[in-house]
Design a protein. Sequence first.
Length: 419
Amino acid sequence: MTVIADQLQFKDRLDDHAQDFDVLIVGGGMVGLTLAAALGGTSLTVGIIDRAEMEATTDPKFDGRASAIAAGSRAVLDAIGVWTELARHAAPILEIRVSDGSSPLFLHYNSRDLGDGPLGHIVENRHIRRALLDQLAALDTVRTIGGHGLVANERGAIGATVLLDDGTQLTSRLIVAADGRNSALREDAGIGVMGWNYDQTGIVCTVSHARPHHGIAQERFLPPGPFAILPMEGNRSSIVWTERTDLAPRLLALDDATFTNELARRFGDFLGEISVVGKRFLHPLSLAHAERYIDDRLALIGDAAHSIHPIAGQGFNIGVRDVAALAEVVVDTFRLGLDPGSTIVLERYQRWRRFDNSIMLAVTDGLNRLFCNGIAPVRLARDAGLAAVDRLPALKRVLMRHAMGQMGELPRLVQGRSL
């Protein structure tokens, strides 16, 4: 009787509120916005909540942050209608050179070996966010709710309701947690996290340089961790510089000239004189993987489900693949007239994404540990390994396809098809 009474009382609360959504997304970062844009192009009604304001007219100044967009993610962004705008600001990655410190042996990936366009692109985060917000503003089925946080939620057999910090109650058939690595929704659902902190911190900034980069990305493995140079628009590159956690804050606190000198020591002079443009950021590095991606009427995506080492630039990309898989199972179910928030639907999403993400987390963690090992025999073995892989074209093509997000069971959006 108690269960039946609780469900009837919960249904009464749902019926009392006209502000009703099929899917409610909590978290207005790039992954959450991408899901809203993907679902908003269908007949589903979608709400997206974030504590920060979400306005299509927002045009933040350049701050130095950029993201690597793999070919599979580009296909998703194209399918949901935002890539045409982003292409105006995207720098193609035509080649990738991977080296181990000062070793003369290296691994070279070239997009010409695949013959179907760039390996990926680098785009400033401000442009990604602006394009997604503009797309949402044009969709009648999406409502953005910025400037408000979620303070409570209740999820049951027939639906879910959330309470915002201004007292507003919203109802939905499915809640999606896109609220980051410290996800409150994940914690509230009692979903544990497996992982660890690295004794590493990422220093992120942008530099301008005297000579063109020609679309070549560099990944150098130095003793503290990887040092990535990623080509941006014009004569600029995005830097992801991994350092020891105890040293990184002191480097960040240096004056501009001294910081640039330290950066130049690691960067080299192959692009001429460099200078830092915009802000510098610190990101403590860790690995985290949710024990499960779902709960009653709840799905985790992006950093709420997994946090990955930036060694291969895959953080945003695996989040986009989460979006593509979840959007497909939800839309397909909705079109059949069934419940898109049901357990069977969410279990399909979890099966689809958790194994793939587990592999990516294991690979990036293993690479980081391997290349941070300074023992001479280990270093000789990995240098020989890089050179050996470089001489195996078939294996290189497989590795490139995997990094581009074009391997495995691909959702329709990753294939460039509509939902």
